[in-house]
Structure formats: C-alpha cells, structure tokens
Design a protein around this ligand. Structure first.
Ligand SMILES: [Zn+2]
Length: 1120
C-alpha cells in the first residue's frame, strides 16, 4: 500500500482489516476465567471471602489483629530465582517456594488461621508448579478468605523512582492474573507497601482509583512518626490528588512497628526468640511472662491509635518457610492471652488480615484526620535520609525507563498485528512481568547487590529481545507483507490456526524476514551496526503517541555523505555532526562511526510509523567543523524561541526566551560522601540508600570548561568538556522551545579515598525564595519548601540530604514573571538549595556501605573502571503567566510526554532493496488511529487483553490550573478515534482493569470535623508536659538511634523540636479551610473540540477532566 505524506488519516479498509483480525489475537494459555466475574474459579467451594470472612471482634475489648505475613523481596541480596528456590543460603536463608508450600498446608489444617500474600511475581511462579488438586485446595482457601491477596501487583513497587505508567501496568498485570485465577475473591482490597522507603501521594491516588479501600505502610520519617503517634494521627484519610475528587481519597495507616512482630515475638525459624513453653511443671514454662510481655507491648501501642483495634504484623522478611513453627506459637499466644479474659482481661487476640483490621476501623464509626502532602523524604534517624536511592544506579534507572518505552510499543504493535503468531502474547506477558519486577523497591531503586542488579538488567534485556520478535514480525506484516492486507479475509482462518498453537511456537520466529527492524540499544553512545556497515538502509520511525509528532533522528554514521529520502521521492534536509570527542574516546565503545546524521522526521502519524530510505552518495558533503575559537566574547546558540549564551569561561550564563532574558548558569559540582563506621547513627556513611554528604559544601570540578561550537541548519550544539570525566552537549534544535543538556559522567575518580555524589546545578535569577516543585511519579506536582514539612516542624541535622526529593520526571521553580523547569530522562534526586537554584544528582560512586543490609558499597564499575553514565536534562524556561495558552507548564507537560515515549527508530539493512523497489512495494506509512487525540490526552494503554478484547486507557495530562485552555475537560468518542477497531462493546473498569467501575464500591471514612481538629490542636497547645511524659513510655520507633542518644537532655530536645507545639489554632483552621477549598470538586470548563471527536455513537463518548485516567475494556466485533 502506498500512502501520502500529508499526515491526514490515511488508512483505508485494508488497514481496518488487521484490526478486525485482532479477534484472533489473544489465546493465552494462562487465561482460565473471564475477568471481572467469578467464573469457574469460584464455583468449587462456597465463597465467603473478603470482609465477610473476618473473625468476630469483641466490642468491649481491645482487639488485637494478628497478621501472619511474609515480606518476599522480588530480588535484593539474591536474585528473584535465588529467592524463589532458596539457593545461596549463605547470603540469606530465604526460599519462597517453601513459604507457600508450608503456609498452604497450615491453612488447610485449621480454618481459624489466616495468611496474606502480596507479590504476584512469586505467587504465580509457585502456582504454575502445583498440581490440579492442590490448586483447587488453594482456591478454596482464597474463597473462604483464609488466604488473602493484598497489594497483588507483580511486585511491591518503589514509590519514589517508579513512573506512574509502569506502576499502573504492573498492578494491571498482577491483578489480572489474580482475577483470571481466583475471580472476585482474588481481588486485593488493601494496599500493602510495608517496606518502600517513603510514600508518594500519587501512589495513594492510584490505589484509590484502582478500587482499593485502604493502604498500610511501614516507613515514615522518624520525626513524623513520633508526631503522629503522640497525636493519634498515624491513621488518616489521605486526600491524594489536588485535581480529582473523593475517588482519589484513601484511608491510610502507618504501622506501629514497620512490619515486624513485637520485639521478642518472632517465632520464625529465622529468629532466635523464645517459643512459648507451656508444659505445666517445666522449669522453663514461660507462659505468664510471655503473655505479660506481649500485653505490655500491645497496651503501649494501643495508646497511640484511636480505636479499640490494633494491628500487629506477625512476620518479616521471608518468614514462614516452616509455617508450623510460627503458627503453633501464635495459637498458644492467642489461647493463653485470651484465657485471661475470664479473669477480667479486656484484651482479645485474633487471627486477622489487614482488610479485617480496616473493616474494624471503619465499623468503629469515628472520624479521622486528613493528609494532603506526601511522605518524602524518609529519614530513619537524624543522619539517615533515604534520598541517595533516588539516584543510585543511574544506568539501571534509565534502562528501566527504556523498558517501559519499548513495552508500550510492543503492546501497541501486538494489538494491531494483522496475523497473530502464537508466541506474541507470551512474549508480551514475559515483558510485562520483567517490567513488573523492575518496579520492585530494591530493583529500580538501585538498592540491590551488584550481582542482582546485573540479573535485573539481564532479565529486562531478554524480555526486550523477546518482544523485538513481535515488533519485527508485525512490522514485516505491516510493511512488507502486503499479502496480509490483500488476503486479509482468507488469512483469518490461518491466523486463528496459528493462535491455537502452543506457546513458544517456533514457525514465525525462525522465518527469515525481509526487513530486520532492528533496535540499536547503544544509540546513546552513537553506536549502531546497521548504518555503520550498510551503504543503504531503512529507518522506520514508530510514534507511540496518539498525536502526530515531529522529531529529529540521529544516526551514527562512518561518513558524511548520505542522502535521506522519504517515500514520496522527497530528499530530506540533513545535517552532520561529529560524535563528541569524550564519547568517541570511551574505551568500551566499539563503534567506528565518528559522525551523526541528523534529519527531521516530520508528521509521524499517531500510533504508527513512517519510513525513510538512506543511501550513501558520491557527493562530497562538508565535514562539520566547529566555529573558530574566540575566547574574548560570549557565545550563543538557539532558535527563534530560545537562545542560550555561554560566557568566556565556558559556562552557560543566560537563557533568552520570547524576548525575556534570565540569568541561568549551569555547572557540575559534587558532594563528598560521608564516611563512617555505621556503629551508631552519628557515624552513618553515605550509601545505596542514604545520601549523606560529608558537609554542605559542594566542590567544583572545573573552572573553565572547554567549548566547541557547531552550527547548522537543524541543530546548534555546544560541546562542553569540564574535565576528563565530565562532559556535556548543550543543544537547541530548530523550532524546539527548550534546550537539551546531554551529560556524560564517569568514571568518577575515587583514588583519593572519597566517594562522590555528582550533581548538575542550575542557578538562576528567578526569585523563587524557598519554594520549588517536584513531581509525584511523573504526574501531579507537589509544592516543596526548603527546610520545611507541611505537617510538622522539622528539625534537620542533614540540611542537604533532608531537602532532597524524588524527581521522577520534573523539578521546577518560578517567580512572578519567569519559570524554569528541568525534565529528566530517569528518576533522580533533586532539590533547590537556594533561591533560583535547582540541582539534580546524576551519578554517585561510593566506597562504603550505609548498613541497611546491602553490605556492599555502591561502587559500580564496568570494563574495569568506574561506571560511565549518560543522560539528558531538558531545560524549559518561560513566562510564569498562566493566562495565555499554551503556558510554560503546558509546554512542560507535552514535552514530558514526548520525552517519555519518543519515536522509536527501527533499523533495516537495504543493501538488496533499491529505493524504487522500496517505494513501490512497501507500506511506508501507517497509523492505528483514525483521528489523532487532542494534545492534552494521552492514549496511555493500548494492548491486547483477553480473547476478542482490547484494553485502552486514556489520560488527561494537565492539572487543573496549568493552562487556561488545555486544562479544560475534553470529550472524545472512542469509536471515532479507534474506528479501525470494530468495537462491539465498551465497559469502563477501575484503573487496574480488574473490576467494572460500576460495580466498584469503596469503604467510606469520615474526616475529622474542624472542631475535632481544633480540639486536637488545643490539646497539643497545653500539653508540652504531657508530651514529655508520653516520651517516658516512648513510642516504638524502628530506628535504633533512640537507644544511642547519650543524654536525657538530648532526647528531650529532640522531642521538643519535633513537636508541632507552636502551631496556632487559628492557623490550623485556616489550613483546613484552604484544604477544603482546594479539594472541592473542581468544575472545569470543557475544552471545545472539533466535531469529529464527539460525533458517533454516544455509548463511546467519554470525558476526561484534568489528571483523570480512565480505563476501558473493548469487546471487538467478531468478523464472520
Ligand atoms: Zn523489601
């Protein structure tokens, strides 16, 4: 097929046909029952799961909900498989298969017992290995609420460095597998984030939108924890979005003892605590003492919570490998403690689950405090700010983001495949699961051992390769195999046939394809085999966004004489630039290409591709040469939107945007890492988790970076060389309203014995005071104030580390006139340490461990020297005026999306294909959409689901006050957009697609009235002495540092400083009013869209307000 380059909807009936063929797409063996209904899975036994299966509590007693649980890291000190099978016991005695084996047997023996399981990655590894009989028994346990899934995502994801798209994906996949296997009783209702190192507001919002009733977590700042315990605010209603209504509110509880049992009550084989010895006449009989100790602990805990219910986690890391041991002692503990009720004890122990505990809180009928900010950063003691992991292992963090990028492309192409091969869906699932593992709180965080990090990268690489087989096959179908379109109908049968083939069918993968559609994974160091070896090659540029985009393509080439043509015989303008010298000099770079060929790929169709033919010519192009050196004057690069000026020393000094010039300078500096023996909290080292600079001063690395300036018709670049291990390319493409700063850092020298934390710092004259903004998992922005927390008066003994926040995609600041934002290409730590200043930590190399378990220094090496990392910051400067569209914030939002999911370049050798042949016989432009979406709407998911089903997810990417036009609600008719898909039915689901939205009912909790808040604050006002008294029985804090505090005075001081004693009551009322105002359901005007978006069958018309995400399962028409 041959299409025009006009960029209009191009696509004729033949293209629609492949979508029809999707009906054959999904035949995934693991599907056992339809989602979102009970299916067969639950018919085998009587269902009484969830809240109905809870043991009764006693109204006039303190009900102690004992939660048997295990925390199974999906990789940390050992790899996923090592943990599952239990190998490498000398590193850690942990074997997940034994946990599930033995827990199931214990549960089968006794209907009173309860157990929760969290990580779907491990559960389904185990499930697959069980025979049908045991599987039935497990289903019975699930149906009776005796085994309950909590969380249920593929892994327990990190909340600082994980991107929302990947979080939603990994929940969607884990919850789907549970739903397919167990139906409604397999649906988790409780978020269980007991180990992640701080908690994002967006995660809470997503839990709420996924239909969860509540969230429990273990780690929060030690000062915040003390404050919340002493003010009975550790359980709260988290109002988790400034844009969405109650649908984003989530009941949230901070656990008292993280996720551990009371000290002395770990009955696991991994622990050394005393079992309960109840032989009547044994001299070792300890029943009385043990019960007394337990009561003492729970009575203490109970005084910090509001109801007559408390939750006690009975488990820990990889506990219950021999479940009998734990359960046997819990049985005794319950029996002997409850026996005291006859003598007047009012304590009642029961086997429970987090959902049953939540139900008890709900049934208590009381009101709860609210929370509007987040739980970052997390500090476990005055010198342990867990802000280093925001940056740790920068290359793994980038690789994870590339994984997300390619996963979306693989999903889209697979859903659009004209002919479905049997291996397509297994490949895709494997990739989804690999990405699910990457989100784990010791994976993308960089807090695993080096060998485990290498295994994560290996796993992801295999998954990318597997899905590359899909993309290669499908792109060949779309591009080469015109028979696919012409003979579509007759192919239906054979496609169905192939879909029936077993998993890992080999026929398609072995076939010699006409085009390679190769991915070059080393493009970030300008290395790619196809263009280096072939004189003729084809680039297929795939655009995964639902908007038509234009982008610049860079191709590493050995020479400067190439011509680029599109399929309309138009020669595209090009520019050649040298690969920066520091990149060429990388010892491990195998490529010989000294140049990059750059050309604009215009009007790339939405959810589609466009191809270009590139050939070497005999013409003599000019070798690119830098501007002559001129050390006496300033240098500038730019275009009509933005201009950057560099001073004679070689530093960026000003940015001019739309006539406004602001001082913006940028440099690389570093913090020297603190070194300590970790024996006490004062002597903490900086490490994989912890960022602790030796002092607040940054050290410079260069006073005079060397510059080379290259100009051309498409892009202007400044190549900066700061020293022999830090360099940067600053570039501005024609037309683009922002600048790119592509940094190259490493190997970081450590021969002076000091670890180093490298930052890129931007100092501007923007008068931002102590306010800056950081994103939450790539979505809503949160306001930050230096040396401040919204809910308590913080005392910072680590001023730099304590002001660091996770930057998943963006950090920004502004004043009355100007605004500056930096977008990142991976998660990094960042802050604003002065007015007008933004900094991002790009790389770190440390020589000491921080004593939180990894037991290795974060000293990444590759090829025998320190690891080199390369990445990009996108600098956007503009007016802070929010009245004229597009605002700077709107430009940031659209740029953010384009940098998350840029066009992907597939390379094919064309030595045997002439240009004419290619032009005549190949389909060189394609789109899966009939209409591109409005700028502010993201087609976030477009993927095959169950048989005859497609999962789609739309998202409004702006917040409500960011732009006068683009922040408005938008209506679109899904049928008009996806008219190439024949939709028979559409149903909206919760965010993770495991429940119909209409059926979803969430538990409601009542916020404290202003009077209650008033009284609460009033109490603190007059209770300084009480507060100090409270500390005599000090709340249990996970950090051991309290024991290490030397003097009583020191403790007292800390307690005083951490309390919110000075806040005025009036202020708190005002705060409540402002919050209520902010959270009032926001009625936004609807953005007028072209008629074409809304016309058609009303059933398919949807509306998206600011920051809304909506998920649908489309049932396809079955072609006859
Ligand atoms: Zn963990």
């Amino acid at each position: 097929m041959h299409c025009t380059a006009s960029g209009r909807p191009l696509y004729d009936g033949a293209l629609r046909l492949f979508i029809v063929l999707l009906i054959c797409a999904v035949n995934y063996k693991l599907i056992e029952s339809h989602p979102l209904n009970d299916g067969q899975a639950t018919k085998t036994s009587e269902k009484k799961c969830g809240y109905e299966s809870c043991h009764k509590t006693k109204p006039n007693m303190l009900n102690v909900h004992l939660i048997p649980h295990t925390h199974d890291d999906v990789g940390w000190l050992k790899t996923v498989d090592q943990y599952y099978y239990g190998s490498k016991t000398l590193i850690q005695k942990a074997g997940v298969q034994y946990i599930l084996d033995s827990v199931v047997q214990e549960l089968l023996k006794d209907p009173e017992k309860r157990f929760i399981y969290v990580e779907s990655a491990f559960f389904f590894k185990w499930w697959r290995e069980q025979d049908a009989e045991l599987q039935e028994q497990v289903k019975k346990l699930v149906n009776e609420g005796r085994l309950e899934f909590i969380g249920g995502a593929w892994s327990m994801n990190d909340e600082a460095t994980a991107h929302y798209q990947s979080i939603v994906d990994q929940f969607t996949w884990g919850l789907r597998r549970l739903n397919d296997t167990f139906g409604e009783c397999g649906r988790p209702r409780i978020g269980w984030q007991i180990d992640p190192f701080g908690h994002s507001r967006e995660m809470a919002s997503m839990f709420a939108q996924m239909g969860f009733d509540g969230l429990f977590f273990g780690r929060l700042d030690y000062q915040d924890k003390m404050e919340r315990l002493t003010t009975k605010t550790a359980e709260m209603i988290w109002r988790a979005s400034a844009n969405l209504d109650e649908s984003s509110h989530l009941f949230t509880g901070a656990l008292y003892n993280q996720y551990q049992p009371p000290p002395g009550f770990c009955f696991d084989i991994l622990c050394a605590d005393e079992p309960i010895i109840d032989a009547k006449h044994s001299p070792d009989n300890n029943v009385n003492r043990r019960v007394n100790d337990f009561l003492k602990f729970i009575n203490q805990q109970a005084q910090y919570y509001r109801t007559n219910n408390i939750i006690i986690t009975m488990g820990g890391d990889f506990t219950y490998q021999d479940a009998n041991v734990y359960f046997k002692n819990l049985d005794k503990l319950i029996r002997y403690t409850n026996a005291r009720q006859e003598n007047g004890s009012t304590v009642n122990l029961l086997y429970s689950t987090p959902s049953c505990y939540l139900k008890s809180l709900h049934d208590a009928g009381i009101s709860w405090p609210t929370k509007d900010d987040d739980f970052f950063p997390y500090a476990s003691d005055p010198h342990a700010y867990w802000t280093g992991y925001f940056t740790s292992r920068p290359t793994l963090k980038r690789y994870e983001r590339i994984g997300n990028h390619f996963l979306q492309i693989c999903k889209q192409l697979t859903v659009m495949a004209p002919k479905v091969a049997g291996e397509f869906n297994p490949h895709l699932s494997f990739f989804r699961e690999a990405m699910g593992v990457m989100q784990h709180h010791d994976a993308v965080t960089g807090t695993e051992k080096q060998a485990v990090a290498a295994d994560y990268a290996r796993h992801l690489e295999v998954a990318i390769r597997a899905c590359s087989m899909n993309t290669r096959a499908i792109l060949n179908q779309l591009t080469v195999d015109t028979a696919a379109t012409h003979a579509a109908e007759s192919a239906t049968e054979s496609a169905r046939e192939s879909a029936r083939k077993p998993r890992w069918a080999t026929s398609d993968t072995k076939k010699q394809y006409k085009l390679q559609f190769e991915t070059c994974t080393l493009l970030n160091i300008s290395s790619c085999a196809v263009p280096e070896l072939a004189d003729k090659f084809i680039l297929t540029i795939y655009n995964p966004l639902a908007q038509t985009v234009s982008d610049y393509v860079r191709v590493p080439v050995p020479d400067v004489n190439y011509r680029v043509k599109d399929f309309d015989d138009v020669t595209i303008e090009t520019q050649f630039l040298p690969v920066p010298t520091p990149v060429q000099d990388l010892r491990f770079r195998k490529a010989s290409a000294p140049y990059e060929l750059i050309f604009p790929a215009r009007e790339l169709p939405p959810i589609g591709y466009k191809s270009y033919y590139i050939m070497k010519t005999d013409e003599n192009h000019m070798i690119p040469v830098p501007d002559p050196e001129n050390v006496s004057s300033f240098t500038s690069i730019g275009n009509e939107h933005i201009r950057l000026t560099f001073d004679t020393n070689g530093f960026l000094v000003t940015v001019m945007v739309d006539g406004m010039t602001r001082i913006v300078n940028q440099e690389f500096v570093y913090y020297e890492a603190a070194i300590g023996n970790n024996r006490e909290f004062r002597n903490r080292s900086s490490g994989a988790y912890i960022f602790r600079p030796a002092n607040d001063q940054v050290r410079s690395i260069s006073l005079q970076p060397k510059l080379k300036i290259y100009r051309g018709n498409l892009v202007e670049e400044v190549h900066q060389s700061f020293n022999d291990w830090v360099s940067q390319v600053v570039r501005v493409y024609r037309e683009q309203p922002y600048a790119e700063l592509e940094w190259l850092v490493g190997p970081i020298p450590v021969d002076d014995g000091n670890g180093k934390e490298i930052i890129s710092r931007f100092n501007s004259d923007i008068n931002s005071g102590d306010i800056f903004y950081t994103d939450s998992n790539g979505r809503e922005m949160l306001k930050r104030k230096r040396d401040h927390r919204d809910t308590w008066k913080v005392k910072l003994l680590e001023r730099v580390a304590g002001n660091y926040y996770p930057i998943t995609t963006k950090i920004a600041l502004e004043d009355d006139t100007a605004r500056m934002a930096i977008l990142t290409d991976r998660a990094q730590g960042g802050s604003s340490m002065g007015a007008g200043s933004l900094e991002l930590m790009v790389h770190r190399r440390l020589l000491h461990d921080d004593a939180f378990g990894v037991d290795e220094a974060l000293n990444e090496t590759a090829y025998g020297e320190g690891l080199v990392a390369r990445g990009t910051h996108y600098l956007i400067v503009g007016s802070s005026n929010k009245k004229v569209s597009p605002t700077t914030q709107a430009i940031e939002r659209t740029t953010q999306l384009r940098k998350l999911l840029p066009a992907w370049t597939f390379f094919s050798n064309a030595e045997n294909i002439t240009y004419e042949d290619w032009r005549e016989n190949f389909t060189n432009i394609f789109t899966g959409l009939q209409l591109e979406l409005p700028k502010n709407i993201h087609l976030m998911s477009f993927e095959p689901w169950h048989e005859n089903e497609v999962l789609v997810r739309f998202e409004h990417i702006l917040e409500k006050d960011e732009d006068p036009e683009l922040s408005k609600s938008v209506q679109i008719n899904i049928q008009s957009v996806l008219s190439s898909v024949k939709i028979a039915d559409i149903r909206e689901t919760t965010l993770a697609a495991n429940a119909w939205l209409g059926d979803n009912q969430r538990m409601e909790f009542v916020p404290d009235s202003p009077e209650v808040s008033y009284n609460a604050y009033g109490i603190y006002q007059r209770s300084i002495d009480e507060q100090l008294m409270l500390r005599v029985d000090k709340p249990l804090l996970d950090a051991k540092f309290y024991n290490q505090l030397e003097s009583w005075e020191e403790q007292e001081q800390l307690a005083l400083q951490t309390n919110r004693l000075k806040r005025l009551v009036d202020e708190s009322q005002e705060l409540n009013r402002v919050r209520a105002e902010k959270l009032r359901v926001h009625k936004v005007a609807r953005q007028p869209v072209a008629e074409k978006y809304v016309e058609g069958d009303d059933r398919f018309l949807i509306e998206l307000g600011p920051m809304q995400m909506r998920t649908y399962i489309l049932t396809l028409e079955i072609a006859n």
